[in-house]
Design a protein around this ligand. Sequence first.
Ligand SMILES: [Zn+2]
Length: 366
Amino acid sequence: MIPQDIVDDILRRTSIADVIGRNVALKKSGHNYKGLCPFHNDKNNPSLHVSEQKGLYHCFSCQAGGNAITFMKEYHKLDFIDAVKALGEMAGIDVESYLGNQKDLLPLRNKIKTMHEITQEHFHKTLFKSRTRGNLLAVKILKSRKIDRDTAIMFGLGFGGEGRDDLFKLLQSKGFSVEEILASGLCGKNDYGKFYDRFRNRITFPIQDNDGNIIAFGGRIIDQSSKAKYINSPETPIFKKSSVLYAWNFAKDNVSESGEAVLVEGYLDVIRMFQNGFANAAAPLGTGLTEDRIAYLKNKFDSIDKIDLLSSPRQKFQTSPLYPFQFIKNEGNPYKEVCRFRCRLSLYSICLAGLSMATRPKRSTL
Ligand SMILES: [Zn+2]
């Protein structure tokens, strides 16, 4: 058995038009796609309809239909588990790891989710309520980046507090075991065997899945006490870094509406984009765009018209596997539109400089 939330997650991340388009030539027709049905002798009257939005296909002649899993089962003659595994592979989710010891894993996943909710409430409250030195510094940084209070609330920004293990103690007091707390990635254990809060002395950015559940945190330093300016949660049973885009839960509807996504580099960049009216911005986590992450982005973005990728400096692009912005040019892509990458360095520097962007800047293609 594969846990239902994993199956749901895979279906959410799957583009059904992409899955079917690998085997059937699909043509865009309004919001949907049409093609010749492979399940009956469909000669020249395309009766297979595919709805990307609903994640379903249906043949008006032979009544074949279902979701991406059904298609994998029917077309490739797979059983349920192998169908989910194949889709998981495309979506960057390793289904195998849930098959072995999922009995032990499932309760832990739920516990880790709950710990993240408790932690979020704690961090968010700390930012707005306490008046300690660290808290004031955190607020000062957000102000200097011109992040207003409403935006900070919308993105659930917080402060990790100054105590070494306040969060650790809070989670323990809620009944979580040391092992469970360590597995959540929210706290760690140092070389002397002492427990510590990973995000202490940092501004915190909750990282959410597509449904808005908090699955990890990012943290930014408030002073020079640590060399790492930004850190993320380590990978946990609920968090796979390369499979998450920061703020995608906020951006996804706007992206599918406008057919346009803007990728920027960091948390504060995304937040400033939203604050300035660009509600289709998101950021990969971490600095490098690895092969893994690109595969994920490709999977996510195949069905939309274009992505604007914003980053600096320009060198970073020239050495990245994205250069020259054409990885989306996929020969097997059933869509007429070829996704393009554009780099708007000017916009990015404006964003970084914290200036207001009242009007949509002109595009400049590299
Ligand atoms: Zn049919």
